[in-house]
Design a binder for this molecule. Structure first.
Ligand code: ZN
Ligand code: ZN
Length: 349
């Protein structure tokens, strides 16, 4: 049984979409807008109605939903949590993918709407040299989607001790002699360490390089999750569990603990042993917003992908370089180097 939710406009019955600019829910039919509180009741009712996913072995990676506006079938893969009906463009939230253990703890709602994201992207392209700007015309654009991606956020508490030996060296010089004094210290340190907001992606198919490149997000802006924020956007459900990322996170904190505890400080040298124990780990499941842009390929036809942080506007992606401009520049640089060499030569001679 697959379930969907559409957030209905209380005034006209049309569908509502989350509007990043006003941070409100907008009805594109009658232009009415509503705040989070007005929609939260709908959101809670839909969560309560939703039943957990029953995996259907015949269609392991596909699932069929029915659009509540037009009745059409929507086929999604097994990580889609929000989409749009292909026929009537009604935004659809797959409620059964967002309940029970799959209910996110928090969400950062989109701050940049499509128009703002487009402007930011154009400004980014303009700021770069050697780019073939004709590549970024609207005709070349294949896809431009707002997607909520699943992430794990960890807070780790730990205790560490360090014991070792430090040295302090002082040198005194008189007209007759130089005296070097080395003093040895037994060093004992202990402390509580806490690491906040360590982020890991929770979707195995997400492009690591691209999605890592748009961090950080301002985690102060995380809000309690409500399904309504997903309306009008795409969303992915996690396929990586907390256990899958915890080991790496703890290892990372181990490294930080080691370097924090063994800092030389006032000593000239310090050697010793750090002992680190994790005392508490808190994992949160979050949905973070990103704009994903796809442009039609260059000479070889390979597509170019870009990701933009839906909160801060940070962009990541490979840019198509204009060969003629690069060539001209390297020729100029070459000429300059040649001139400099000649000049150097002239001085030597
Ligand atoms: Zn309406
Ligand atoms: Zn539809």
């Amino acid at each position: 049984m697959s379930q969907t939710a559409t957030f209905k406009c209380p005034s006209c019955g049309g569908y509502l979409e989350f509007d990043p600019e006003g941070q409100r829910f907008l009805c594109p039919y009658c232009s009415a807008s509503f705040n989070e509180d007005e929609i939260s009741q709908q959101s809670e009712a839909k969560e309560a109605e939703a039943e957990p996913v029953v995996e259907d072995s015949a269609t392991e990676h596909l699932r069929t939903y029915h659009c509540k506006m037009c009745g059409a079938e929507i086929v999604t893969d097994d990580t889609t949590a929000a989409a749009r009906c292909y026929y009537c463009h009604n935004p659809v939230v797959m409620t059964d993918r967002l309940t029970d253990e799959f209910k996110p703890d928090g969400v950062i709602p989109f701050q940049l709407d499509r128009k703002a994201a487009e402007e930011k992207f154009n400004a980014y392209v303009k700021s770069k040299k050697f780019i073939d700007r004709s590549f970024f015309t609207p005709q070349q654009m294949e896809d431009f989607s707002g997607v909520y991606y699943p992430y794990w956020l960890a807070d780790v508490e730990g205790e560490a001790t360090f014991s070792g030996q430090g040295t302090r060296v002082s040198v005194a010089t008189t007209p007759k002699q130089t005296v070097t004094t080395t003093r040895y210290f037994a060093v004992q340190r202990e402390g509580k360490l806490s690491f906040r907001n360590m982020v890991r992606k929770a979707l195995s198919k997400a492009d690591g390089k691209l999605s890592d490149g748009i961090h950080p997000y301002d985690m102060e802006a995380v809000k309690p999750f409500a399904m309504g924020y997903l309306s009008g956007f795409l969303a992915e459900k996690r396929d990586v569990e907390a256990e899958g990322v915890q080991g790496g996170i703890l290892e990372e904190t181990q490294g930080y603990a080691q370097s924090l505890m063994s800092q030389k400080g006032e000593f000239n040298s310090l050697s010793g042993q750090t002992d680190y124990q994790v005392t508490n780990t808190k994992m949160k499941y979050l949905m973070l917003p990103a704009w994903v842009l796809t442009y039609k390929g260059g000479e070889k036809g390979e597509p170019y992908y870009y990701m933009m942080n839906g909160q801060t506007g940070a962009v990541c992606g490979k840019l198509p370089l204009k060969k003629s401009k690069l060539l001209l520049c390297s020729l100029l640089v070459g000429a300059a180097v040649f001139a400099a060499l000649c000049l150097g030569g002239a001085f030597v001679w």
